[in-house]
Design a binder for this molecule. Sequence first.
Ligand SMILES: C[S@@+](CC[C@H](N)C(=O)[O-])C[C@H]1O[C@@H](n2cnc3c(N)ncnc32)[C@H](O)[C@@H]1O
Length: 91
Amino acid sequence: MDVGCGTGLWVQEVAIEYSKATVSGVDLSPIQGTLQVPPNAEFYVADVTEGLYFDDGSIDLVQSRCANLSMAERQDFDVRDHGNAMGPICE
Ligand SMILES: C[S@@+](CC[C@H](N)C(=O)[O-])C[C@H]1O[C@@H](n2cnc3c(N)ncnc32)[C@H](O)[C@@H]1O
């Protein structure tokens, strides 16, 4: 999962490289529209500070680049606060 995925390029590239994985991108803004989305990639428009609505244990790896730079003060996101969604590889 890519938190604050922006254009979604990381999601696209990882989904192509790891075709058996499901690769998810979450962002406030729906700016992923210009990408060709591989079948194993998915995008969600959501505010991650309001929660991550993934099934328990369903996320194996989280990446986030520069997303916190644009989060409002007091809305810092710590993925460790969403431990239920993290699978054992993540922990
Ligand atoms: C500087 S961009 C980085 C985009 C991408 N990670 C990259 O490295 O190219 C920060 C992104 O974080 C997203 N973002 C900021 N706050 C967010 C939030 N609360 N929930 C989801 N996405 C958020 C912004 O919409 C923006 O696309």
